[in-house]
Design a binder for this molecule. Structure first.
Ligand code: F6R
Length: 568
């Protein structure tokens, strides 16, 4: 949530270009502050970077793309924020919990915006005015801040000061430039390696970058960025979401390529655990649900969403293990749940070097490449694949790897077929409500398909186990209400009777599975496959994309959402 950039050195328009690559972290408003001969110039406004900013030029600049937490979406609340004299400009990602106390201290009348962030430039400027150097001033300020932050300040003297606690901030350099960035995606075209600051770090960029923690200078080692320069660009595609849906045959295959030692270590952690708690949020939590079923019955595994796990950490024993599932590795709910846990953590992660990787005892990289579309598509199927690969290692099921690679080939055919399937589905899902049902593993897929539809199309959609229908939701079924049923052989008898019950009350039944059935008004054929869960969501990803476009929504940037959810 919120993306921040800092840049110093040669190169024109670097900050706006980098900022556009961070828009998936927030796109309510944007702003840039640049240092030029007349001081710090700020341009900011509501909308995307293109709409909101007339890019000011300068030898050093900071930028921000916002996902509002404190204060409405207005030009005044957009970052950067400055002190009253305009000598310090600040961009911030996170939440300053004690901002009200700090505002009172500074004097309410001195603030322009309603944001928590604005206290930072005020406090920094105060300490600089008292004669402190930038590092000492930043130490004074960070001593006072409670909450989470990654912040970069641009000072009138030309220095930049960055500090972080809880939210991510990468630093990188090439021969001519220094960068600060919320993640490595904007940096791909500029540098080959980056380092991540650690909590408590204060970085001072003057002629060179120096990092301090608790008063001591520290080294933060750079690591090679694994993603290629062009991998975060749209290429010839109209939207990232379409590109990423289409990449799945490749990313499913890639997720099976895991280092043997790493697999052994991951399987060992799960095998020796008394109970395995698998946790994530949103789409990643549905992948976690599937993983529970991959591990059972050999492993006592539970799947629980991270914001709920946070209330149960005292139930997690030291001899248990936690599996943390996240595309971004920055999801606050997940990181917060892990705070109270002593058990070893195995993570399934897409973004390397993220906060989750640092918190984990071992990480399986799902290798999906940058996922820019806010709705998770290829990361989900890559999570499932990597999880199944680990489960196969634990259960000595060598044939699974082969089967996953053949699933990737079927995914290729299904991606192609999904264009016309989505067209038909779109015709069937005409109203403002849709219900998705399934039993056992099919229920997990129903949840993911429903989430895709609601977040991109804004159609109200609910998913629940098919058996629950008659316990309440059936009351909402009217003539033509679309009900999507995920059906497999194991659960067919019961799910089909639930669909019959809905059909006899007027529901339009859309059946998803290998076989066409009498009760279906529309059949979405999915190939027979032992890894069907990786296939059956694909037509619904495409449906969500199609519906979004049809309704004039931006599928890459659904309203109110952001890619990396770094607040609770
Ligand atoms: C839905 C979606 C979200 C994320 C969730 C967790 O399409 O993308 O539900 O899955 O916010 O994010 P990560 O996986 O980054 O922890």
């Amino acid at each position: 949530m919120c993306g921040i950039i800092g840049h110093a050195g040669k190169g024109e328009n670097i900050v706006p270009k980098c900022l556009q690559k961070l828009e998936y972290r927030g796109y309510d408003s944007a702003g840039i502050a640049a240092l030029n001969s007349s001081g710090i110039e700020v341009s900011k406004g509501v909308g995307t970077v293109d709409e909101a900013v007339e890019a000011p030029q300068g030898s050093a600049a900071i930028g921000h793309t916002r996902w509002a937490t404190h204060g409405g979406v207005t030009q005044t609340n957009a970052h950067p924020h400055t002190d009253p004299d305009g000598r310090v400009a600040v961009v911030h990602n996170g939440i300053i919990d004690n901002h009200s106390d700090l505002r009172e201290e500074v004097g309410e009348g001195r603030f322009e915006s309603e944001t928590d962030t604005e206290v930072i430039p005020h406090l920094l400027a105060q300490h600089l005015k008292e004669g402190l150097d930038p590092r000492a001033a930043a130490e004074e300020v960070t001593d006072r801040l409670e909450g989470s932050y990654a912040a970069v300040a641009l000072l009138e003297g030309g220095q930049m000061v960055a500090f972080k606690q809880g939210a991510p901030l990468a630093v990188a350099r090439n021969q001519d430039e220094h960068f600060f960035s919320s993640d490595v995606v904007p940096l791909l075209e500029h540098v080959n390696e980056a380092a991540f600051l650690q909590d408590g770090d204060i970085a001072i960029l003057d002629s060179d970058l120096r990092v301090f923690n608790q008063g001591r200078e520290v080294e933060r080692d750079s690591q090679e960025i694994q993603w290629e320069g062009g991998s975060a660009t749209r290429g010839d595609f109209d939207h990232f979401t379409r590109k990423e849906i289409g990449e799945q045959p490749e990313t499913i295959k890639r997720a099976t390529f895991q280092d043997e030692e790493s697999l052994t270590e991951a399987a060992g952690m799960l095998e020796k655990a008394r109970t395995v708690w698998i946790t994530g949020c949103g789409t990643s939590s549905y992948a976690a649900d599937h993983m529970r079923d991959y591990l059972a019955p050999e492993v006592d595994a539970r799947s629980i969403q991270s914001h709920e796990l946070e209330y149960r950490t005292d139930e997690v024993g030291d001899d248990d293990a936690v599996v943390a599932v996240s595309q971004s590795g920055e999801t606050k709910d997940l990181l917060a749940a892990l705070e109270g846990i002593e058990a070893p953590v195995l993570s399934f992660l897409n973004v390397a070097q993220s906060s989750l990787e640092r918190r984990s005892d071992h990480t399986i990289h799902i290798n999906a490449g940058p996922e820019v579309g806010v709705a998770s598509t290829k990361a989900y199927t890559a999570q499932l694949t990597a999880m199944k690969t680990v489960a196969a290692e634990l259960k000595d099921q060598e044939q699974v790897l082969e089967s996953l690679r053949s699933t990737a080939e079927k995914a290729e055919r299904l991606v192609k077929a999904s264009e016309s399937l989505a067209e038909k589905l779109h015709g069937a899902l005409k109203g403002e409500d849709a219900y998705f049902v399934g039993r056992y593993q099919r229920f997990h897929s129903a949840k993911e398909a429903s989430l895709k539809l609601k977040e991109l199309s804004y159609i109200h959609s609910e998913a629940f186990p098919a058996g629950e229908f008659k316990h309440g939701t059936l009351a909402l079924v009217e003539e033509g209400t679309p009900v999507v049923g995920f059906v497999d052989e194991e659960t067919a008898d019961e799910t089909l009777s639930n669909l019959e019950e809905a059909s006899s009350r007027g529901a339009e039944i859309i059946g998803v599975g290998p076989k066409d059935r009498d009760v279906y008004d529309l059949h979405v054929p999915i190939p027979e496959d032992p890894n069907r869960e990786m296939l059956e969501v694909i037509p619904f990803q495409m449906l969500a994309l199609k519906t979004a476009l049809d309704r004039g929504n931006d599928p890459d940037r659904p309203r109110n959402l952001a890619k990396s959810v770094t607040v609770k």
